[in-house]
Write a protein that binds this ligand. Structure first.
Ligand SMILES: C[S@@+](CC[C@H](N)C(=O)[O-])C[C@H]1O[C@@H](n2cnc3c(N)ncnc32)[C@H](O)[C@@H]1O
Length: 406
């Protein structure tokens, strides 16, 4: 059903030969309200690289879908959000960008959607088709096997749903595909779930972790193995670590690195993100590095306020946050459901991402630690993130850490 001919039994065009071939050009309407800028130029269809093909192959494995679906916080929050927006979904046309097994598309069909286009470029789409059939939803859920950038449907949609978030929020670089779908297929005033996302960072102390990975080599069964220390530090801390910490590891309130409004963000703005930060330690403790995590909110479009404009300064390819961006409490609009991956909340399969220093820094209570972080899509493979971290303690020297999430 999914491969072969260029159009399906439902009359919707299939990808087949187009994939990796000539880029197609998107439909455009007139500019309306909050999405006005997106309708003034033709959409660029990015090429499907060998890295992209490998990425989609990875999603054909059952294990990754099992892990995501078994992440109860993730899956039940999406289902709750769909039910909260049932009035906006019932009788409407939905697109699920990256449907995987089709679970979110089926939630939407069960919430009364008239039609759901469930799009996935991975071969997991074959399973999604079977799952849709065995739930007697083939008349409502149309599984399209292909990149959302390449598929063709014959109508605009009222709702876009997608689970696109990677580690550090932006790893995997799937959000640009959601932006592409928004600009091509979403009706003006349509709903995007989730609607907003925020990446946070905070300084952490984690002596147990440092001891297990590094100090352990100082005395091994009475043998001095300190010569192993440089290698141990490099192996343990060269790259970001995905692991679970608790609120007790966090030395102060987090700072927002980026806030993404899925209704308005441009793919170009995600290519490189820089934020400055300034923390005041609440404790005396060794600082071992920084933790990063994100949350996403399921909401309608936010009306831009002056406060928002003051917080963010846009340049062509960067979003820069000013250092007073530390937040005591997440400020969310009324009633919006939030999927959080914060250390103080229930654990998810995203855990937290830790960027450890090679050497801890002794912090006194009320001491300031400040610097900047830049996350940039790798030139080699845009799904990878290069990380440039600058940090210094008040009165101390400055450090730079370059690392990458591959
Ligand atoms: C994180 S999984 C989510 C799967 C499913 N929606 C769920 O919630 O269980 C992301 C899925 O999006 C697909 N995907 C990523 N980018 C895509 C694109 N540009 N076009 C189509 N599918 C894409 C991947 O193959 C993968 O199956």
């Amino acid at each position: 059903m999914l491969h072969g001919s260029s159009s399906s039994g439902n009359g919707y065009h299939r990808v087949g030969k187009q994939r990796g071939g000539q880029p197609r050009r998107g439909r455009r309407g007139s500019g309306v309200g909050f999405r006005s800028s997106h309708y003034s130029q033709q959409l660029h269809v990015p090429p499907c690289t060998e890295y992209d093909k490998a990425y989609f192959r990875a999603y054909s494995d059952i294990g990754i879908h099992e892990e995501m679906i078994k992440d109860h916080v993730r899956t039940s929050t999406y289902r709750a959000a769909i039910m909260q927006y049932q009035d906006s979904i019932s009788g409407k046309v939905v697109m699920d960008v990256g449907c995987g097994t089709g679970i979110l598309a089926i939630f939407c069909a069960n919430a009364g959607a008239k039609r759901v286009y469930a799009v996935d470029a991975s071969d997991i789409a074959f399973q999604a088709t079977e799952i849709v059939k065995s739930n007697n939803l083939s008349d409502k859920v149309i599984v399209l096997h292909g990149r959302v950038e390449d598929v063709n449907i014959e109508e605009m949609v009222d709702v876009i749903i997608s689970e696109w978030m990677g580690y550090l929020l932006l790893y995997e670089t799937m959000l640009p595909s959601v932006i592409f779908a928004r600009d091509k297929w979403l009706k003006p005033g349509g709903l995007i779930l989730p609607s907003h996302a925020t990446l946070y960072m905070a300084p952490v102390t984690h002596s147990v972790r440092y001891h297990e990975s590094v100090d352990f080599w100082r005395d091994v069964y009475g043998i001095n193995m300190t010569s192993m220390l440089p290698l141990a530090k490099q192996c343990a801390f060269e790259e970001p670590c995905v692991e679970t910490i608790t609120g007790e590891n966090v030395l102060t309130w987090p700072s927002a690195v980026i806030h993404v409004d899925c209704y308005t963000v441009l793919a170009k703005e995600l290519e490189s993100i820089s934020a400055k930060y300034k923390f005041v330690s609440m404790l005396q403790a060794p600082l071992h590095g920084f933790a990063l995590w994100f949350d996403v909110e399921f909401d309608g479009p936010h009306i831009p306020s002056n406060e928002h404009v003051q917080d963010f300064e846009r340049s062509s390819s960067e979003l820069i946050l000013h250092p007073n961006n530390t937040c005591k409490k997440r400020i969310k609009s009324n009633e919006a459901i939030v999927l959080s991956t914060a250390p103080e909340d229930d654990p998810t399969h995203w855990q937290q991402t830790l960027i450890y220093f090679y050497e801890p820094i002794e912090l006194k209570q009320n001491q300031i630690i400040e610097g900047s972080i830049t996350l940039s899509q790798s030139k080699e493979n845009a799904r990878f993130l290069n990380i440039h971290l600058e940090y210094s303690r008040s009165g101390g020297r400055s450090f730079v850490k370059e690392t990458a999430m591959r």
